[in-house]
Design a protein around this ligand. Structure first.
Ligand SMILES: Cc1cc2nc3c(=O)[nH]c(=O)nc-3n(C[C@H](O)[C@H](O)[C@H](O)COP(=O)(O)O)c2cc1C
Length: 227
């Protein structure tokens, strides 16, 4: 039994009449998923476009509900946590997670952060124990593989790159992913969108061929893992 969870987060559609370009991160993710689905023989595919249908922001009452023992929650508190319960259930089910994200203001879109805020929840996806010393948080889930697909207008966000100090997208996704139960991470990045020159073309071509190649490699891995 293999389950794939695909989360897109650009506010743009793949093709649209309103802006100059369609979403690059969504298009790359779609190219990957189409090939991956063919190759991997997956049992269930779950799709969320949080860029268009954003999860709600957490609130003081939401936090109150989370910290109320399950057996004591009022029906109003249960209702407040319903979206979080649903999003967590999708992550729990998944063997393989694909997150596509644009870079907005050097980090992830607020909509994707809202998705993580709904999911990273005490006694559901992590537990807290001061006996662990300076690192009291530990993930509850494990064994999942994550593919991160990003698109940015600028470039050089890798280690040693010209914009390394502004790189708050992939490092943040990597930090949070452990609370999704991720133990293995792959990355595809398209850069230079704002320059619209040969470097962007080359970067996009490279990302597209990586998406193809990784679809085969990861499908084979998933088949071996789940059979
Ligand atoms: C609101 C907004 C903020 C952006 N901020 C950045 C940024 O901080 N750094 C960067 O390199 N590109 C930035 N960009 C450019 C996008 O990362 C680029 O257009 C990317 O292709 C968006 O992903 P998408 O094509 O999947 O929608 C920004 C674009 C928008 C619309």
């Amino acid at each position: 039994m293999s389950v794939v969870l695909h989360v897109d987060s650009s506010v743009r559609a793949i093709s649209n009449a309103h802006t100059e370009h369609g979403s690059i991160s969504k298009r790359l993710a779609k190219q990957f998923i189409l090939r991956f689905k063919d190759e991997a023989g997956i049992d269930e595919y779950i799709y969320r476009d949080v860029g268009v249908n954003a999860p709600r922001f957490i609130t003081q009452d939401w936090i109150g509900a989370v910290f109320t023992p399950e057996s004591e929650r009022t029906s109003q508190q249960q209702q407040l946590l319903r979206e979080s319960d649903q999003l967590i259930a999708e992550v729990e089910k998944a063997d393989f997670i694909v997150i596509s994200s644009p870079m907005y203001n050097y980090g992830m879109p607020a909509q994707l952060k809202a998705w993580f805020d709904q999911i990273i929840r005490i006694n559901k996806t992590f537990d807290f124990d001061l006996a662990r010393g300076d690192k009291p948080l530990a993930p509850i889930l494990s064994g999942k593989t994550l593919l991160i697909i990003t698109s940015s207008g600028e470039f050089g966000f890798e280690k040693g790159g010209v914009n390394e100090e502004s790189s708050h997208l992939v490092p943040h996704l990597r930090t949070l992913s452990k609370y999704l139960g991720v133990t293995e991470i792959y990355e595809i990045a398209s850069e230079y969108q704002e320059f619209a020159d040969h470097r962007h073309k080359k970067s996009l071509q490279m990302a597209e061929s990586q998406a193809k190649e990784l679809a085969f490699i990861l499908a084979e891995k998933l088949r071996r893992k789940t059979c």
